[in-house]
Design a protein around this ligand. Structure first.
Ligand code: IMP
Ligand code: MG
Length: 196
């Protein structure tokens, strides 16, 4: 039987109301920073960024497109990036000459974002900026310039609001901290590869 989300919850780190308030602020800031006539495209990194994207875009009042990029890294079983990232599902739209804003759930080592930014840069966009809901700067291995940050958090494994615990519980409207002892004693899966 799959436990309910609260079995693994050690604490609620960011309440739903605080998330919504911050997302609205980010949307206002992004709306102010881009011009109405910029060819703005939001690029959501699947799967974790999807709830953030759909809430954030409601607060962006300049015209924009959206598209989705799915990437995964190998061998993340120990919850640490090994450095090897691949594209699972590429964008559908052309990005050349457009202003790209990457929408990510969380930056940890920076490996994923470095890969994504290199891939997108090679396609000659007009600009690339990065918007992340969460940032764990203490975990950074590769420096990444972040333009918009929702919340800086400590080095804790979190889930909810798009972020998964072994693919479950992305639907939670808040960010919770995982009780790693309980997860170790009651694992949800044994998978080695991990999607985003
Ligand atoms: P990075 O490549 O090490 O920066 O890892 C970034 C990716 O790892 C994110 O897009 C998430 O999918 C995943 N990740 C990192 N930390 C967490 C966490 O605390 N909870 C859930 N997923 C995480
Ligand atoms: Mg993930």
């Amino acid at each position: 039987m799959i436990p309910s989300y609260d079995f693994y919850l050690s604490e609620v780190l960011i309440e739903a109301e605080a998330l919504q308030k911050r997302v609205a602020e980010l949307g206002a800031q992004i709306s102010a920073d881009y011009d109405h006539n910029d060819a703005l495209m939001l690029i959501c990194i699947l799967k974790g960024g999807v709830m953030f994207l759909t809430d954030l875009m409601r607060h962006i009042d300049v015209p924009h497109e959206i598209d989705f990029l799915s990437v995964s890294s190998y061998g993340r079983g120990a919850r640490a990036t090994t450095g090897s990232v691949r594209i699972d599902m590429d964008l559908r739209e052309e990005v050349t000459g457009k202003h790209l804003l990457i929408i990510e759930d969380i930056i940890d080592s920076g490996t994923t974002l470095r890969f994504v930014m290199d891939v997108l840069n090679a396609r000659h966009p007009a600009s690339i900026r990065l918007c992340t809901l969460l940032d764990k700067p203490s975990r950074r291995v590769i420096p990444i310039p972040v333009d918009y940050t929702g919340f800086v958090i400590e080095d804790k494994f979190v889930y909810g609001y798009g972020l998964d615990l072994d693919e479950k519980y992305r639907n939670l409207p808040f960010i919770g901290v995982v009780d790693l002892e309980k997860l170790k004693a009651n694992p949800l899966s044994q998978s080695g590869d991990e999607g985003m």
